[in-house]
Design a protein around this ligand. Structure first.
Ligand SMILES: C[S@@+](CC[C@H](N)C(=O)[O-])C[C@H]1O[C@@H](n2cnc3c(N)ncnc32)[C@H](O)[C@@H]1O
Length: 267
């Protein structure tokens, strides 16, 4: 890794450490967007069976790692932020024997491969929720996951949808007249360029974080050229029966905020 890239990665980790408390308070032990919107589709795609060995990469405060343990899995959870791992450990009071937490940089193949441990474990499943767009390099992650999974294993990841949800995209509610229904559009002012930007994931975080936008062909070809094939893709809606909270609520939009992808070793 070049000095400049290492500096960005170190800076990114320092930012996640600084934002860790705010992130942990928002995610808490569940109930928000993570559990209500993301987890149901991820769980369906993963189809975890009791006793399976599962890798949770970039686990944040470990909320989904604990859910996996609740489903009966043995979980190896990791994140590059020591502060988030400390908070994750502090929140783990049940199924303690079924989760181990590690400080691991997911852009470093050697660190990821070390998650196999002394038993050289091959995992039944791996998951990475909403973190790939926070990483400056994704090839090491895909390459390692292809090797860490059993031949019939599966890897599910979610990202901000590269076509509709990013810093080059803006929500545009419009009302043509008082007697008409509003229309809800997304203005896309950039898509094909692979770009680094900075922004907020949640309003309460003290520091802006890095984002790496990748168009679909860059994101998915990176997985395909590193030993994985795709067998399922989901784009769930946030539309519900309850009225949207504002014109900028995703529930108004016939567009998905996140992309859910399932990959398997190419064999
Ligand atoms: C938006 S949070 C999602 C956390 C968790 N997966 C969840 O769904 O609650 C993104 C996470 O990615 C982690 N992260 C960012 N870059 C990373 C890297 N290079 N290696 C490992 N973790 C990283 C951050 O520390 C943070 O916990």
């Amino acid at each position: 890794m070049e000095d400049h890239d290492k500096q960005i990665l170190d800076d990114s980790r320092a930012i996640w450490d600084a934002n860790a408390e705010a992130w942990d308070s928002r995610i808490g032990s569940g109930g928000g967007w993570q559990t209500v919107f993301i987890a149901p589709t991820v769980e369906q795609m993963l189809n975890i069976q009791a006793g399976e060995q599962v890798l949770d990469i970039a686990c944040g405060n470990g909320q989904f790692s604990r859910r996996l343990a609740e489903l009966g899995a043995s979980v190896v959870a990791s994140d590059f932020s020591p502060k988030l791992i400390e908070l994750a450990q502090g929140r783990t009071t049940e199924h303690v024997d079924r989760i181990t937490y590690h400080v691991t940089d997911a852009t470093d193949e050697a660190q990821l491969m070390a998650l196999a441990g002394t038993q050289d474990t091959r995992f039944d499943a791996a998951v990475c929720i909403n973190a790939i767009m926070d990483m400056p390099a994704i090839e090491p992650l895909f390459r390692s996951v292809a090797k860490l999974l059993k031949p019939e294993g599966r890897f599910v990841f979610t990202v901000m949808h590269p076509c509709f949800n990013g810093l080059a995209m803006g929500m545009q509610p419009e009302l043509d007249g008082y007697d008409s229904e509003p229309t809800y559009s997304i203005k896309v002012s950039g898509y094909l360029s692979t770009e680094r930007t900075m922004g907020l994931a949640i309003n309460s975080q003290p520091r802006k974080q890095y984002y790496w936008h990748r168009p679909l062909h860059v994101l998915l070809n990176s997985a395909f050229s590193n030993g994985l094939v795709m067998d399922r893709l989901e784009e769930p809606t946030l539309k519900t029966d309850t009225p949207p909270k504002s014109a900028f609520d995703w529930a108004n939009y016939d567009m998905p905020p996140l992309l859910f992808v399932r990959l398997r070793p190419a064999g």
